[in-house]
Write a protein that binds this ligand. Structure first.
Ligand code: IPT
Length: 996
């Protein structure tokens, strides 16, 4: 079908074709949609910004998972350097409205610096404020108190809608102020998330509900287009579906799923090939949009670890699957996640642990050493260099039409006009094929049909590879008639046009470019090449074999670089000004930005080793060259300059944690017989609004019923024995990976260590010898792992945490009442630590008193000298604190630091929480795993001064536990052009009023 390209304008003519997809209004002809602004518009192929057609190539990054605002620019620049032009972000309601009615977005939660940094890096933003986000966040972003809402969540239930109003009006206003119409970076807004299904007895989709969420944003001033994110291509809320319809329909896809166990296995049938045809049925008037496409995977407690996830969703996955997305004509593409970050301070859901690295493109420690980063740079830079991609029409997959081998499938995107390029996505017919396959291709071009190779050679597609071939492709005014290899980019520079082609080492490819054979000049000769065609033809054909030694050919105005892929990885395209001028730099670990003024070229770049670099396309007069404000000598002249970047190895020491002056305090004093809990909150609610789980106990013991929504919960249950008790049964619930221990007075009855899947635990304890009339107390510790995400109608987010049942079994029918008290973080929803937000601390004695904060009163009574490596010799919870000093050359060096636990269970099973300067940056379980290494960013860590480490160690079993090893480990130092990192405000310990 030839799409009718509708001109962008204020009035968007939406042609509702005879759509047969979900909800398509059959028979409707034309509808006018009045846009609220004229900056961001669209037609059926792409978005336009200020009238310019463009691809939105986006990556997902959550500011709340990197609570150091001065590092946001670092991530943005790393995204921009790949050729992406947009970042999508969720907002986590749970962190901004810890108490109903109290919206707070300050300090690390302030989004203003996020918007500013995006703009500085030159990126657009897609805002996804929820209110429901999923995102592997606790409650899917819902604050714990939402579990007290009786109505069904994510429906039109009035009490649910009302609960969202305060958050939505505040956050939507903040986003509205940052829209492009107000000079900010926000170009799109996604309401809700994956509004795709509900339990069968609910009316679904509930258009009125979706409309309500859309209006929450509009009322606050949001005017940019509204985009949806259907969990799969079901057509929900697409334009034309009536109430609740969005402006632009989009959906998700995670083709390899989330099990990182067997990262090399690509199951058959997981590559979708009907995206575009489905799109034409569901939303023919909007650009084809993949609002989340897989760029990694989450990983549960007891999972495989994120290195495996990065192998599953690796550079080969990017080649085959992302190129298949281009085959479907995607022009709004958001990769989830581009940078995952950290589930610090209890913000994650129970299905994940502290790291949210996600195996994604940029690692949790912000390094870019994964090959998938470099591969994505090659692809995104190509797409952004190929404007004709945005108007070519996706076709259907073909076998034996463009290629001569049935093992090869080619999907064309054909130009609508003879002056424009066509694109051909080549892959294995069995997408998971690991074989190398030889083939030929046949295209029709403006010069007639071409069958390549024209020389006596063959093309090869290696296993799990895919290529984008082009015909009639414009290179800054010169035509490439065809190229069988991928193109990285082409740029007009002051010294001429540069075209860069690449292929896997050893592969043979061909291209034909305008120019005569005799005009080909060899500038560098590494890769083997042959010329075909004679001087009479308009095009010269070059066959070449990719090799680590490149060739450069001058053909007319164009210098063609012939590279193997690994060499291409080292090239960066960087703007040198607002006029669209660019330079290409070969060699650095990262190039962030460049500028040229008064014959001086300055770049901001990163290096992880000494290396020589090459500057391609610098203006001829450049005589001075600085990298991160340090001057280097330029060698050579004209278009190719080189410089040797030699690094002076930085010198620094990393303290050995075992040598710190550790202080210890018992943080489970509750199990001492003289412990006084008179100041504790009393569990006195005889009913609960929780609609997910029926109350099975005389009073509610659900943490969130009392405002305790995160971290460790502790219960005290006092009773007088009748003497007839045989056993006591207890049901605890904390989400997968949770743990629990129960003491009767000062005796440990048992601990539930937890595992990767159990969300609750039930056990009975023999207590048969209690004396009639004697007073006792149970102390129950439940380490919950967050609130569940939710499916509409199931309300599983409300699944309560804490004690959900208890019972005495007696020999005589007597009733032993228990009077319960409970605690979580001090103050519950009236939490004490505004800087670190509502979820960072739990209910341990040390946390209630704020001893996890910097500078705790370690010389007070109750503290003594002891280390986590000594540990404790019986079950209980120990808290350790120690100061340490860092003096790292962080003005110029980016040095990733991680806290690494020795993986060894022989010295007792334990669960630990790691606090750095008061921020909880790790929950470690010695026997569930898989995480042992906890990166902590600079800014949370003070790289030039004193830091405080706090560690709670919960010994689960009789014999106690000690930490077999914990080390602070530095990664490779990178000489960096990032801006200096600002320390995050980290209030110190102060005595807390009312702490118990
Ligand atoms: C998709 C969610 O929209 C996103 O928030 C996140 O949870 C992601 O999954 C998994 O990391 S939903 C998709 C699996 C249908």
């Amino acid at each position: 079908m030839k799409p009718s390209l509708i001109l962008a304008g204020v009035v968007q003519a939406l042609q509702v074709c005879a759509a047969s997809g979900a909800g398509g209004k059959l028979g409707t002809t034309i509808e006018d949609r009045q846009l609220d602004q004229d900056i961001v518009t669209w037609d059926n192929r792409s978005l336009f910004i200020n009238g310019e057609r463009l691809m939105i190539f986006s990556g997902e990054f959550h500011p709340f998972r990197l609570p150091v605002p001065s590092l946001w620019l670092d991530i943005f620049q790393k995204v921009k350097a790949m050729g992406l032009n947009c970042v999508s972000f969720y907002v986590d309601w749970a962190l901004l409205e810890g108490k109903p009615g109290n919206f707070k977005a300050e300090g690390v939660f302030d989004l203003k610096p996020f918007f500013d940094a995006a703009q500085k890096a030159g990126l657009y933003l897609l805002a996804r404020p929820g209110p429901y986000i999923n995102a592997e966040a606790s409650g899917g972003g819902f604050p714990g108190w939402v579990s007290r809402v009786r109505g069904t969540l994510r429906t039109s239930a009035p009490d649910y809608l009302a609960a969202t109003d305060n958050y939505m009006s505040n956050i939507a206003k903040i986003i509205a102020d940052a829209q492009i119409t107000n000079g900010g970076p926000v170009i799109l807004l996604q309401p809700e998330n994956e509004y795709t299904g509900a339990v069968s007895y609910l009316p679904f989709p509930d258009g009125a509900y979706m409309e309500y969420v859309i209006q929450q944003s509009k009322k606050a001033g949001v005017v940019v287009p509204i985009i949806s994110n259907d969990a799969r291509s079901s057509g929900h809320n697409a334009p034309g579906t009536g109430v609740g319809e969005v402006d632009i329909y989009g959906h998700d896809n995670y083709p390899l799923g989330f099990d990182c166990a067997n990262p090399t296995v690509w199951p058959s049938g997981n590559l979708r090939t009907n995206y575009w045809s489905t799109h034409l049925q569901q939303s023919p008037s909007t650009p084809y949009s993949l609002v989340e496409f897989q760029a990694g995977s989450f990983d549960p407690w007891g999972g495989w670890g994120f290195e495996k996830c990065s192998e599953l969703i690796n550079h080969e996955f990017e080649r085959v699957f992302y190129k298949n997305n281009y085959a479907a004509g995607v022009t709004i593409l958001n990769l989830y996640m581009i940078y995952g970050g950290t589930n610090w301070g209890n913000l994650g859901h129970p299905g994940g642990y502290t790291s949210y690295d996600y195996g994604s493109v940029i690692k949790e420690d912000r390094t870019i050493t994964r090959e998938k980063y470099s591969e994505l740079k090659l692809q995104a830079t190509f797409i952004q260099s190929s404007p004709d991609y945005l108007t070519a029409t996706p076709g259907t997959n073909t076998v034996n039409e463009y290629s001569n081998n049935g093992d090869i499938t080619v999907t064309p995107l054909l130009a609508n006009d003879t002056a424009a390029a066509s694109f051909f996505i080549v892959r294995h017919t069995n997408y998971a094929n690991t074989a190398s396959t030889n083939y030929r291709v046949t295209f029709s071009t403006s010069k007639g049909s071409i069958s390549a190779p024209v020389t006596n050679q063959t093309l090869t597609l290696n296993g799990r590879d895919s290529k984008v071939m082009v015909t009639d492709y414009d290179v800054q005014g010169t035509k490439v008639l065809y190229s069988t290899s991928d193109i990285f980019t082409h740029q007009k520079t002051e010294s001429g046009v540069i075209l860069i082609l690449y292929a896997g080492a050893g592969e043979y490819n061909e291209f034909a470019i305008q120019g005569s054979r005799s005009a080909v000049k060899e500038i560098e000769n590494g890769a083997d090449y042959v010329l075909a065609g004679d001087n009479s033809t308009e095009f010269v054909t070059v066959g070449w074999t990719a090799s680590p030694q490149r060739s450069i050919l001058q053909i007319g105005d164009v210098q063609v670089y012939l590279l193997d892929r690994n060499s291409a990885y080292n090239y960066w395209v960087t703007s040198t000004g607002d006029d669209g001028s660019k330079i290409i730099i070969n060699g650095p670990y990262l190039v962030r930005s460049a500028s040229i003024a008064d014959n001086a070229l300055q770049i901001s770049a990163d290096f992880n080793k000494s290396t020589s670099i090459e500057i391609i396309g610098a203006p001829s007069g450049v005589t001075k060259f600085t990298v991160n404000d340090r001057e280097f000598t330029l060698n050579g002249n004209g278009s190719s300059l080189t410089a040797n970047i030699t690094l002076d190895e930085p010198r620094y020491d990393i303290p050995a944690l075992k040598d710190l002056e550790w202080k210890y305090i018992d943080t489970l004093p509750e199990i001492k017989t003289d412990y006084d809990d008179s100041a504790w909150p009393v569990a006195d609610l005889t009913s609960s609004n929780n609609t997910y789980q029926r109350l099975n106990t005389p009073v509610s013991l659900f943490g969130s019923d009392y405002g305790f929504n995160a971290g460790i919960l502790i219960y005290r249950g006092h009773f007088n024995a009748t003497g007839w008790e045989n056993s006591f049964s207890l049901w605890t619930q904390g989400g997968s990976g949770f743990g629990a221990s129960i003491w009767l007075d000062d005796v440990l009855l048992s601990s539930f260590h937890g595992d990767g899947s159990s969300e609750y635990s039930q056990a009975s304890y023999n207590i048969s010898s209690l004396e009639a009339g004697s007073a006792h107390v149970f102390t129950v510790v439940v380490d919950q792992t967050g609130h569940n995400e939710l499916s509409i109608g199931e309300d599983d987010m409300k699944s309560p945490r804490g004690i959900v049942g208890w019972r005495f079994d007696t020999t005589k029918a007597t009733n032993t009442p228990i009077s319960w008290k409970l605690t979580g973080n001090l103050g519950g929803e009236d939490y004490h630590d505004a800087a670190r937000g509502p979820l960072n601390e739990g209910g341990l004695f040390a946390e209630r008193h704020g001893y996890h904060l910097p500078n705790p009163p370690v010389s007070d009574a109750g503290w003594s000298a002891s280390t986590p490596f000594d540990g404790i010799s019986s079950a209980g919870v120990a808290f350790y604190a120690a100061p340490f000093t860092l003096d790292l050359p962080s003005e110029a060096w980016d040095i990733p630091l991680s806290f690494v636990f020795t993986n060894d269970t022989s010295s007792g099973a334990y669960r630990a929480q790691l606090y750095i300067n008061g921020w909880q940056f790790g929950k470690y379980t010695s026997d569930i795993g898989p995480q042992t290494e906890y990166p902590v960013p600079e800014g949370i860590l003070n790289y030039k001064g004193t830091n405080w480490i706090g560690l709670s160690v919960w010994a689960l079993d009789e014999g106690g536990a000690k930490v077999p090893g914990l080390e602070l480990v530095a990664g490779t130092p990178v000489w960096t052009g990032r801006e200096e990192v600002q320390l995050v405000e980290a209030p110190e310990w102060e005595a807390r009023d009312g702490a118990y």
